[in-house]
Design a protein around this ligand. Structure first.
Ligand SMILES: C[S@@+](CC[C@H](N)C(=O)[O-])C[C@H]1O[C@@H](n2cnc3c(N)ncnc32)[C@H](O)[C@@H]1O
Length: 531
């Protein structure tokens, strides 16, 4: 039984968001395989059925995904300065009608991806003890893609290859090179044709030109600005996992991929879209998998609005985000979230506290107990400032998301006190964090982590309540469990699409995301206590 030490409470917010179903639009399957070059996918063009992302991602029960690739939803390419378009920078994607939160925007296969098994094998062969192991993984993944791009360039300029076999692959490769290579920038004269070329579907109309052979440096530049790395996982974690669990087959199955259409999307720290990755078998064999990216709207998006997503983890403090975006992508973000956070943390009286929180964030090691203690005091200091209302509510929400990992550390530390009041306080604070994510980076991985945490906590509190006999406490705990079950489901529907009413699919999706966040920096102590 838990003890009853006192804990400071914070008020809860209230908001909610509805998930909706996506339209079903069928488009021809993507590029055909060209041996050794662009990676093929095995779905036949006669394949029919809905774009049911859940069966595709969680198809443990059915081996055949009911899917057609690429799937392009209500989106179009546009560029800054073109009539009626509201693109923030260069080229971007816009919606072609009002889109509801949870609608599928697109599903596209990667054009090139680093094969995780191969990169892992090379890493284990090459691993030098000491040194920056994350950099080794990153370099090997990049090298692997460079080799694939070069092989594709060679193959497509080979006179002997059948023009029909290489036709679409050549179109896609040319579009990719021209669009991604900053020295050879194309403007968007015909959005449909250009989109077609980037995903190599039936709308590809720009005639194939001779493929340019690129040097390694140019390809690397393209990969670094436009590639999709491990997202929430980072190379450090992958290196650690590959080293510590060298015999495990199931340790990180994706590392880095190139998705030319997705590379058209601009960044925002408060975005309206979220992406997940999946994999499908290729025609090269059952064991060979192809990487696929799935994007959903995570907010209601009016017609003609630019689609944005976050290039980096949303749970990153403002100063760190600014530095990361500048060094990796070469720009300074001026989104509303950055402006509001900048203003709030620049106030003289708060500078010291947020500088301390930034330092704690940068040196964060969630396994260190004393660090968890500092997280408690930092989070309560931040919440104390918030309670004085000197910082606007919207900025408070953004800041909570930025320091979300410190909040999780603080929850873990409080949890270890095993005190019922503290657990209730945790759930209140986690509720605030949840609604902060709803208003900014809804259904992101970090958000799912918070939701799993709240669900676990409320279930645990209900178990305690059931052991007592107070009907009010039991009612309260039961309503909490129901609430968090709903919130979890809504977030999964937004992120993964049509999970529908099939509870098995919902459970599969939740099990999957829970496993992902548990393996990361989520509510890791909870697994010992509640699960
Ligand atoms: C993956 S590309 C996005 C597509 C790009 N707009 C284009 O025309 O090719 C990434 C590049 O777009 C620009 N970009 C993306 N988001 C931005 C933002 N929020 N502010 C300024 N530039 C941005 C930067 O130049 C960045 O390196």
């Amino acid at each position: 039984m838990v003890s009853k030490k006192k804990c400071k409470k914070t008020p809860s917010l209230d908001a909610s968001r509805k998930a909706t179903k996506s339209d079903e639009i069928s488009i021809d399957d993507g590029i055909s395989g060209v041996k050794g070059g662009l990676e093929g996918i095995s779905l036949s063009s006669s394949e029919t059925g809905s774009n049911d992302v859940s069966s595709f991602l969680f198809h443990s029960k059915s081996t055949k995904p009911s899917f057609r690739l690429p799937f392009l939803g209500p989106i179009s390419l546009s560029e800054r300065g073109s009539i009626g378009a509201k693109i923030s920078h260069g080229r971007g994607l816009i919606t072609t009608r009002d889109v509801s939160s949870g609608e599928c925007l697109f599903v596209i296969p990667s054009m090139f991806s680093a094969d995780a098994v191969e990169v892992r094998t090379r890493y284990l062969q090459e691993k030098i003890n000491g040194g920056d192991q994350a950099k080794v993984v990153e370099r090997l993944a990049e090298d692997h893609i460079v080799q694939k791009v070069q092989a594709a360039c060679d193959l497509l300029s080979d006179e002997e290859i059948q023009p029909s076999a290489a036709g679409r692959a050549r179109i896609q490769l040319n579009a990719f090179i021209l669009q991604m290579n900053s020295e050879r920038v194309l403007t968007i004269e015909n959005p449909a044709a250009l989109m077609g070329n980037l995903v190599a579907n039936e709308s590809s109309t720009i005639p194939p030109k001779d493929t340019v052979n690129l040097d390694k440096g140019t390809i690397l530049g393209i990969i670094r600005r436009n590639g999709f790395g491990p997202d929430f996982h980072n190379y450090n974690k992958i290196a650690t996992c590959w080293t510590e669990r060298a015999n495990s087959e199931h340790c990180y199955n994706r590392v880095l991929g190139i998705y030319p259409l997705a590379a058209m999307i601009n960044h925002s720290c408060c975005p309206n879209a979220v992406r997940v990755f999946g994999s499908i078998p290729t025609q090269n064999g059952i064991k060979s998998k192809k990487e696929v990216m799935i994007a959903h709207a995570n907010a209601n998006i009016p017609n003609g609005t630019e689609i944005t997503w976050s290039y980096i983890s949303p749970a990153t403090p403002f100063a760190v985000r600014r530095e990361m975006l500048l060094s990796k992508y070469g720009f300074t973000c001026h989104c509303p979230r950055c402006a509001m956070e900048d203003e709030a943390i620049s106030k003289a009286e708060f500078q010291g506290l947020f500088a301390l929180a930034d330092r704690r964030w940068s040196t964060r090691d969630s396994n260190l107990c004393d660090q968890r203690e500092t997280a408690i005091s930092l989070v309560s200091s931040i919440e104390r400032i918030f309670s004085t209302n000197q910082i606007p509510i919207e900025s408070q929400r953004y800041l909570r998301v930025s320091y979300g990992l410190l909040y999780i550390d603080s929850f873990n530390a409080m949890h270890s006190l095993n005190n019922e009041e503290c657990l209730k306080h945790n759930i209140q604070l986690a509720t605030q964090l949840h609604f902060s994510f709803v208003s900014c980076n809804n259904a992101s991985t970090e958000h799912l982590s918070i939701l799993h945490l709240c669900y676990d906590l409320s279930s645990y509190l209900r178990t305690i309540a059931m052991k007592g006999s107070d009907p009010n406490t039991i009612r309260w705990a039961t309503s909490q469990v129901r609430f968090w079950t709903d919130q979890l489901k809504i977030a999964h529907m937004i992120r993964y699409g049509e999970l529908g009413e099939d509870l098995e699919k919902v459970r599969d999706a939740m099990k999957h995301s829970k496993m992902v966040v548990r393996n990361q920096d989520g509510w890791y102590l909870a697994k010992d206590c509640f699960i």
